[in-house]
Design a protein around this ligand. Structure first.
Ligand SMILES: [Zn+2]
Length: 405
């Protein structure tokens, strides 16, 4: 099968190309040779982009399909229980009408630590999620680190997720891993070939993660006001250590009730593709979720400082079974990244080529011959108006054009 997309503006994951013809040959992008085609698509007035990569989600039934419907072709799950993960993985491997998946499997947290309190607080409303919620392995001391990592490898984990969060941003006092346990986990993960990604909420927790030698932070630290001089200092340290940061601004916005949180769910370009019932999930009860009440303003400040310092910022939403919603939220995240100082092209790269490189997904994230044809075609030019990513015309996963039904 050879499909030619003609006369299209291209954002190739790194830069914009004003006009090109792009050939999809079976499941890959191929060099256009002027030969025969099975189908041709007029791309004029539109922009072709690599499929979006959401670098922080929690997958459950139906969500990989929803993600793909909104142009997210790969989700990087950051906590998934074993039976649910096995099922979602099979789905992503067998079918072309759902997003692809990588996962940490079960995250590392202290007994009773985050996110156990969310499971407990919201348990009553979660029965319908089946094996997506329930009891999970925790870790109490450094001597258990190797066994913990081995159990994750047995689940097929692609990286190790470590939670450092005492809940203080929300006035909670949760059990939390000691710096010694965090360091032992990072060491055991690295020895097993796994990258270490630390969930943090505060600057102090970020510093513990940096001391332990993590590769990435997920959530920007958001306990300090933008005027606090330590924000720039910490951002510079993160950049110097070569640690990248997964933004999750849309999550912080949803939890803190930011007025803009519902904006994307009211955008006509999104509403027309939204499965019934999704709109109601825009808000959550913030009581059990450790996010600082002024988190969004602070997170903008931290993101701006990280970007200025030269640290890699990667787009992630923390989409989960409550809110923010899968797929949809990536379009909000891109807009928020531009509000935090990234150019449109930088925000798009943060959702395509940059996460592909940092998570070693070498077969995707850019538009180039030989790479997977995970693509979206949108109306307009998202390198000038970031919200144009919402005007989806076509989505392909592994070269398979998705139906609009
Ligand atoms: Zn998360």
């Amino acid at each position: 099968m050879r499909t030619l997309i003609k006369d299209v503006r291209v954002f190739d994951g790194e830069r914009a190309i004003p006009r090109a013809d792009v050939l999809i040959e079976n499941d890959q992008v191929a060099e256009w040779d002027g030969g025969r085609t099975d189908a041709e698509i007029d791309g004029s007035g539109g922009t072709l982009l690599p499929g979006l990569i959401d670098a922080h989600t929690h997958v459950s039934d139906g969500m990989l399909a929803q993600a793909l419907a909104f142009g997210v072709t790969t989700e990087l799950d950051m906590f998934c229980l074993p039976s649910n993960l096995a099922r979602q993985r099979r789905l992503a491997a067998d079918r072309d009408d759902v997003a692809d998946l990588r996962s940490s499997g079960v995250l590392a947290t202290a007994p009773g630590g985050h996110p156990s309190q969310i499971m407990a607080a919201e348990a009553a409303g979660l029965e319908h999620l089946g094996d997506a919620v329930g009891p999970f392995d925790t870790i109490a001391d450094a001597g258990e680190a190797e066994a913990f990592v081995e159990a994750r490898l047995a689940e097929g984990a692609d990286y190790l997720k470590i939670v450092i969060d005492d809940g203080s941003t929300a006035g909670l006092d949760l059990p939390v891993l000691s710096p010694g346990v965090v360091a032992a986990l990072v060491e055991a993960g690295h020895a097993a070939g796994l990258m270490a990604v630390a969930h943090i909420a505060t600057a102090r927790e970020a510093a513990i993660a940096l001391d332990a030698g993590v590769d990435a932070l997920t959530h920007v630290f958001h306990d300090l006001g933008p005027e606090d001089p330590y924000v720039a200092e910490l951002a510079a340290r993160i950049a110097t250590q070569g640690v990248f940061v997964v933004s999750t601004l849309s999550y912080i916005e949803v939890i803190t009730g930011g007025e803009g949180g519902a904006e994307v769910l009211q955008d006509e370009r999104i509403v027309s593709r939204l499965p019934e019932g999704t709109a109601g999930t825009a808000r959550r009860d913030p009581g059990a979720v450790p996010v600082h009440p002024r988190g969004l303003v602070n997170a903008f400040g931290a993101t701006r400082a990280l970007h200025t310092a030269g640290a890699a910022v990667v787009a992630g939403t923390d989409a989960n079974f409550l809110a923010p919603p899968h797929g949809v939220s990536m379009h909000r995240e891109l807009a928020l990244l531009t509000e935090a100082g990234l150019t449109c092209e930088e925000a798009l790269a943060a959702a395509t080529a940059v996460p592909a490189r940092l998570f070693a997904l070498h077969d995707r994230g850019r538009i180039a011959p030989g790479l997977r044809a995970d693509l979206l075609l949108v109306d307009g030019d998202p390198t000038r108006d970031i919200t144009a990513t919402r005007a989806l015309r076509e989505v392909w996963r592994r070269g398979v054009r998705q139906s609009r039904a």
